[in-house]
Design a protein around this ligand. Sequence first.
Ligand code: FE
Length: 190
Amino acid sequence: MSQTLNSAKLGNFITSFTELIDSNPSEVNVLTNGVGILQDLVAADDWLPEEYARPHPQYYQQFLLHLDPQERFSVVSFVWGPGQITPIHNHTVWGLIGMLRGAEYSQSYALTPQGTLQADGEPIKLEPGKVEAVSPYIGDIHQVRNAFDDKVSVSIHVYGANIGKVSRSVLYEDGTKKDFVSGYSTITNK
Ligand code: FE
């Protein structure tokens, strides 16, 4: 572990989020109350171990930081190399995205009555300390990219399942889709 780790912050976050989930909240309740808990975690960029913030030259990385023992939620660090971008995808469960370092753009998509995909509004820029929500209920389809072509960005994601094992979809503008399971990235020692 790196010396800069302030594990108390992640520990406090996990304790608070577990308490929230233990209360059997509705999805609206999770998203409403979870935002503040995640905002506290991403308020300062001084706790994430370096090995969980390491970019890959080719692929954006998703490192598992915590899996609830009952798999009711999972927490990952999402690490963007310069210029990296996701395909258009869904989540199928609620998700909270808190920006820790750098910035990212999220473009929402909606299905048209014809079954094709259409950009829904302008891209949202997420800056450090800000939190955004996704869910099948409020809008679950988006494409995300690093806002920077010349530096790494990192966001912290919380999902309402063991997200690395969830079967979900990459979607195309013509309305076709492809199933995928994201898995988790492997921590490597330098
Ligand atoms: Fe996403």
